[in-house]
Design a protein around this ligand. Sequence first.
Ligand SMILES: [Zn+2]
Length: 79
Amino acid sequence: MQCAECGGNLEKKIIIYNQPWGEGKLYQFENVPALVCSQCGAIYLESKVSQTIDKIIQSRQKPIRYKRVPIYSLEKPLV
Ligand SMILES: [Zn+2]
């Protein structure tokens, strides 16, 4: 398997996957099996895996825990 972005090799890895959802929402999934490009870091999920993620989000399952996420902007020049 090769990366569609850069042609690099894809490695099977267990990753933490962030799934943005709708307006201002983010869901994080741990222990996600994925293919990761060893060159550019692009992440590929099997359709079965991304379907599972969609299903979990849509069924509003109770998460194992919550994380607080501080948001910063680099829009203004850094002082
Ligand atoms: Zn790549």
